[in-house]
Design a protein around this ligand. Sequence first.
Ligand SMILES: [Zn+2]
Ligand SMILES: [Zn+2]
Length: 280
Amino acid sequence: MKFADLHLHTNFSDGTFTPEELVLYAQKAGLACIALTDHDTVEGCERAAAACAKVQMEFIPGAELTAEIEDTEVHILGYFLDTKNPLLLDKIAKFQSVRQSRIHEMCAALNKMGVPLKPEAVFALANCKSPGRPHVARALVKEKLVANLDEAFERFLKKGRPAWVPKTKMSAVEAVELIHQAGGLAVMAHPGLNRTDEIIPGLVRAGLDGIECFHTKHSTVMAERYLEIAERHHLLVTGGSDCHGFSKNKPLIGTVKLPYEHVEKLKAAKKSADEKRAAI
Ligand SMILES: [Zn+2]
Ligand SMILES: [Zn+2]
């Protein structure tokens, strides 16, 4: 049996592994195929692809775009993206600059409360173009302003806490279109974390291709529910660990094992979408 893990992060966003380390752990986990889905960036894909090629592992270039629909934040995974697509790169650059201003705003809010965290400390630690809240939390720990990551989120960074700053996001419709025009397939990430399935029909109307049924934070019951929803809406099925590095001393990669038949279906869908585009 061959397996894939189609939801992975590196230090090109808020993961801690380099692309090469990620591929090493993928190999240890015995995976046949991985997809890199860093937040709002495709920068790590080239290195991940090269590392995969060395060990003859199949690689799918992707990204996880932050979007919103009906006032709900939704993460849209793009698979088989052309990582040189000009419009994709242009939009990504815009959203990266939004992310960077958000770090400034979060630090300003912390400073107002007497917590002296400088944005430069966050940027130095993040060392990537897609800095986010986890980097602020890690910087707070590093500067010894909180004892641990939980405290950082509980006291300051969680939604509704004083240093929480809302994100400006693209609409989910825009995200799906952006992915499609870059030759990709658009998949709703971890629907179980959204706790609202009402948004799914709207996403389907926007052209959604698939849904992430298997995810670290999905229970078996949840996975079954989303498999049913996928079938009802004729959506592709994906799954992944959402590994950001070590979690409780173990890398999460490979803990969610997507049967390879779903990768075959994704590849068939990508092929027929390409053929349709070529026919226009
Ligand atoms: Zn996500
Ligand atoms: Zn993710």
